[in-house]
Structures are given as structure tokens and as C-alpha cells.
Design a protein around this ligand. Structure first.
Ligand code: SAH
Length: 259
């Protein structure tokens, strides 16, 4: 560059100015990589790279060990399941708003619940609470058949369209109250409820196959919730508490049914 080879006083002054300019730019652009404001505008965030970081740090780094789950979550484009304005946050470990006062769970929680289902690849799975459809997409990488029910018709429709567009046509979405399950398609080897409820809805228990696993946040509205795994062994319920959680409450019949 001729500015560097020049030896005149004036040029040296320019050189100094240029150096200050370049240094400021470097500092500013370094800041832009980490500043939340810049990330919110979607600048410099490569989804595949961000996803890999999420899998390593937030999932593997926090104890998710199941390789199939880690692999599934490194494939599903979470940023395409959240509203456009929140895409830059899609690979941060936190829940995000998906409209209709509902949220997509944080990636760690999706991974933990999926891991607890112990899927081998040949199962029939039911999800209650489709939301964005992200969790269903993850499940479809790990099981043979995935059915999902969403009580809010607008969310069910959006999730159905999105899943189709992203190549998850095999996921079956139904608009309705998941409390009643999907009897014609059952029994299910695994059931995942992604909204909290004070007890296991009876119809879902009936649709769980022998040795099946049901994972859900258990707790009455406004009360502390526990993530639990319920198993059906010899027709009887075995329950394991996993960790404290906070989910949106399940709506519909569960609110009216007896405690
Ligand atoms: N699994 C979702 C997030 C779920 S948030 C995802 O991956 O994005 C919980 C969802 O459960 C909300 O969309 C809410 O509308 C839905 N929901 C609440 N009660 C329900 C019910 N009785 N049946 C089906 N869906 C229900």
C-alpha cells in the first residue's frame, strides 16, 4: 500500500490517522460480534455455527449425553421455527415468544425432555402442545411416527405449514385438546406434554403402551412444577422426578376435570 511506503511528514500524519481509523473499526466490529443489539439485527450470526455452539455448550456442556438427541438438535433449524424478529436469539439457551402468549422451550429443556423419552427409532410418539412445531421436528429425527396436538388453531396451522415447508411432512399435526390424546393413532410408546398440568391426563395414560414413557411438567397452575418421567410397568404407574421447571399451563379439559 503506497500510504505505508511514503516517507513525507504529511503522509506520516495520514498514516497515523488511518491507523487510528482502522483500530477503531476493529474494536467496533469486535463489539458488534458480541453486542446483543447487533445480534438482534441478525448481523454476523451464522445459523449453522450458532447451532453447533448451542449443541456443544448448552446441551453437551450441561449434561445431555444421548448422541442421537445431540445429532437431531444439530440438524433442526430452530431459527426457522421462531418469529423472524427473534431469529438472532434462536440458538441462545432460553425460551422465546412464539405469539398467542406461548413460548418455544429453551433448547436445553427440549433436549432433556427428548432424552428422557429414550427413543430408539422405531417408536410412535405423541406430543401435546405443538407450539412452533420445533420439538416435533426434533422428535421426528428420533422416532418412526410423530403425532402432535395443539389447542390453539392459529398455532397448529402455522406449525403445520412450517413443518411441511421445512421437509417434516411426516409429522402429523392436529388442532384440538391434547387432554384427550389421539385415540385412533394410539397406543404410543412415548408421550411428551409440553405444558404443565396438575396430574397425568387419564386418556393419555390409557393411550400409553406397556413399558411406555410419558414426560411432562407436573404441577398446579401457580405452584412449583417438577419435570417428571412416568412409566407404565405391568399396567402400573412409576414416577421419577427429574428437576424443577417452569412451563405455561395446559388449557382445556384439564382445567375443568376433577383434581
Ligand atoms: N413444544 C412447543 C412449545 C410448547 S409451549 C415448541 O416446540 O414450540 C406449550 C403449548 O401447549 C402452547 O402452544 C399451548 O397452546 C399448548 N397447549 C396448552 N394446552 C394444550 C392442550 N390442552 N392441548 C394441546 N396443546 C395445548
Amino acid at each position: 500500500m503506497n500510504i505505508i511506503t511514503s516517507s513525507s511528514k504529511a503522509s506520516r500524519g495520514k498514516l497515523l490517522l488511518a491507523a487510528v481509523f482502522f483500530l477503531s473499526c476493529a474494536l467496533l466490529s469486535g463489539f458488534a460480534l458480541t453486542a446483543p443489539g447487533a445480534r438482534a439485527q441478525g448481523r454476523q450470526v451464522d445459523p449453522a455455527h450458532a447451532r453447533q455452539r448451542m449443541v456443544e455448550q448448552d446441551l453437551r456442556g450441561r449434561g445431555i449425553r444421548n448422541l442421537r438427541v445431540l445429532q437431531a438438535m444439530s440438524q433442526v433449524p430452530r431459527h426457522l421455527f421462531v418469529p423472524e424478529g427473534l431469529r438472532a436469539f434462536a440458538y441462545e439457551d432460553r425460551p422465546l415468544s412464539i405469539g398467542e402468549e406461548q413460548t418455544i422451550s429453551q433448547p436445553y429443556m427440549v433436549a432433556l425432555m427428548t432424552e428422557l423419552l429414550q427413543l430408539q427409532g422405531n417408536e410412535k410418539v405423541l406430543e401435546v402442545g405443538t407450539g412452533s412445531g420445533y420439538q416435533a421436528a426434533v422428535l421426528s429425527h428420533l422416532a418412526k411416527e410423530v403425532y402432535t396436538i395443539e389447542i390453539l388453531p392459529a398455532l397448529a396451522e402455522k406449525a403445520r405449514e412450517n413443518l411441511l415447508r421445512l421437509g417434516y411432512a411426516q409429522v402429523r399435526v392436529k388442532a384440538g385438546d391434547g387432554f384427550f390424546g389421539w385415540e385412533e393413532k394410539g397406543p404410543f410408546d412415548a408421550i411428551l406434554i409440553t405444558a404443565s398440568a396438575p396430574r397425568v391426563p387419564e386418556p393419555l395414560w390409557q393411550q400409553l403402551s406397556e413399558r411406555g414413557r410419558l414426560v411432562m411438567p407436573l404441577g398446579a397452575e401457580g405452584q412449583p412444577q417438577k419435570l417428571v418421567r412416568v412409566r407404565k410397568i405391568d399396567g402400573r404407574l412409576r414416577i421419577e422426578e427429574v428437576t424443577d421447571v417452569l412451563f405455561v399451563p395446559m388449557k382445556g379439559a384439564i382445567e375443568k376435570a376433577r383434581p
